[in-house]
Design a protein around this ligand. Structure first.
Ligand code: E4P
Length: 218
């Protein structure tokens, strides 16, 4: 399992990478807008915080393949290091994924809501495919089932694509996609902390400290 942070909040990223085994950061235009700064300034801040080795996934905004390719080059040049261009899975996006792969880019296909969107993106060469679990659950569909099927399709066709399950609102969704075999998840920092939290763990740690206090003169 690879854990990503789905945020552009640099202070929250700094805190999370101090404690958690984080493989990278994912952003989208909405997340960038929440930071309230130009995309290039924001992703440079994130890169400075996470270093060159961790993955940084940044989405393009253009509506044509030409614009997506142009923007991907600008974004990659701005942050260098381990960079992934996030491309949405409409026709222009699938064309873009194939062009970017030929140009040597790492690519994450995003805004995935169906199994077949993920399969086409994988066949086009996407390194990661990002199904939106909670947005599917919100319309009475099943985000977990979609992730489970995508994992099977990747195995059936021996694709070198990983599932980057996205859009979570609770721990149970993350747990279910883990059972379904998702290779990675991207989480907001609060949810990341919730994966670890349990009141009985807190209580047990306090009891151990009180019990051992007089016997651990290390
Ligand atoms: C990641 O690729 C997505 O942009 C993100 O997880 C969407 O999350 P949301 O549904 O909470 O906006």
């Amino acid at each position: 399992m690879l854990y990503f942070l789905d945020t552009a909040d640099v202070e929250a990223i700094r805190r999370a990478i101090e404690f958690y085994p984080i493989s990278g950061v994912t952003t989208n235009p909405t997340i960038i807008a929440q930071r309230g700064k130009n995309v290039v300034d924001t992703i440079k801040e994130i890169r400075a915080c996470i270093g060159d080795d961790r993955m940084l996934h940044v989405q393009t905004l253009g509506e044509t393949s030409e614009d997506m390719v142009r923007e991907a080059n600008i974004l990659r040049d701005a942050v260098k290091g381990n960079f992934y261009a996030k491309i949405p899975v409409n026709e222009q996006g699938i064309k873009t994924i194939q062009i970017l792969k030929k140009d040597g880019f790492n690519v994450t296909a995003t805004a995935i809501f169906t199994q077949q969107q993920a399969l086409i993106a994988g066949v086009a060469g996407a390194d990661f495919v990002a199904p939106y679990v909670n947005r599917l659950d919100n319309i009475s569909s099943s985000g977990i089932k979609v992730v489970e099927d995508i994992v099977s399709l990747i195995k059936n066709y021996s694709l070198n694509t990983k599932v980057l399950a996205a859009s979570f609102k609770n721990v149970e969704q993350v747990h279910q996609v883990s059972l379904a075999g998702a290779h990675s998840v991207t989480l907001n920092p609060e949810l990341c902390a919730n994966l670890l939290y349990h009141p009985l763990t807190q209580e047990s740690i306090i009891d151990f400290i009180l019990d051992g206090y007089n016997y651990y003169n290390l």
